[in-house]
Design a binder for this molecule. Sequence first.
Ligand SMILES: NC(=O)c1ccc[n+]([C@@H]2O[C@H](COP(=O)([O-])OP(=O)(O)OC[C@H]3O[C@@H](n4cnc5c(N)ncnc54)[C@H](O)[C@@H]3O)[C@@H](O)[C@H]2O)c1
Length: 274
Amino acid sequence: MNDNVAAVAGLAPPSDDRTGVSSAPWDKVQIMERGLLSGKVAVVTGAASGIGAAVVDRFLGEGARVIAVDVTEQRQDRPDVLVITGDVAEALTWRRIAEAARAEFGRLDVLYSNASVVVRAPAHELAEEAWDRQIAVNLTATYLAVNACVGLLRENGGSVVLSSSVHALVGLPGHPAYAAAKGGLVSLGRQLAVEYGPEVRVNTVLPGPILTPAWDGIGEEDRRRSAAATAAARFGRPDEVAAAVTFLACGESSYVTGACLVVDGGWTAVKDSA
Ligand SMILES: NC(=O)c1ccc[n+]([C@@H]2O[C@H](COP(=O)([O-])OP(=O)(O)OC[C@H]3O[C@@H](n4cnc5c(N)ncnc54)[C@H](O)[C@@H]3O)[C@@H](O)[C@H]2O)c1
């Protein structure tokens, strides 16, 4: 066991008690913004929090203009950000987004479908409405997005990035609808890549434990165990997922489509992580 694993496992004092952030060299990599999305227009859903908010920041830093969508009100006063408040599980929201992209920017180049909800309960205790809601927000919303936006995305060569999860790869108790939706996104991403290539590339990111407000209700011990179960020996940061999303969104990944990119610090590579 290396020092970092020992730290997050509670055998040595971690440098940051909340995140289990280790002092390994990769932890503090500085991201260099290079105008990778200069001139592009991107939709980001779930933009008010966590990974979505980090992707908005990174896309702006790379020169994109961003349509930031969330069901929660957002306080955004930055230029180059157009806020839309709406539920991604409703077709009307996607019609508003497509119309705004056309009217305000005249184009749409990138779609990052990221908004999500999770209700933790085993299938025999999960209410049908909770099942339906998780499938609607976590899976059906991407169909609605493509249905409304693919015409725009095709015009200039588009890139769609879907936000799945390691829950698509392994079973974890208490997540039946979430896992079904995230697994569905992996197949949907492949399907869309075949359907809309060559004009539109479609790829899927599968994050592992990333410290965001989604972890607020999860106890310290469970957090520590999740961080310790990664080869990186820590939680991931939202900006580390944003880096992967940016790669898939921009021309650096021009020959990558129908692919899955796991961003989990090696969580799925560690034998006894699940
Ligand atoms: N954080 C992790 O450890 C982790 C791990 C694997 C996958 N993911 C995935 O990454 C993505 C982002 O996760 P996060 O941790 O940043 O979550 P988060 O809870 O911090 O943010 C999710 C955002 O989605 C918004 N949202 C929820 N329902 C919506 C709706 N119907 N319409 C519009 N917006 C809605 C919320 O208001 C919130 O701002 C999700 O798809 C999640 O499943 C996260």
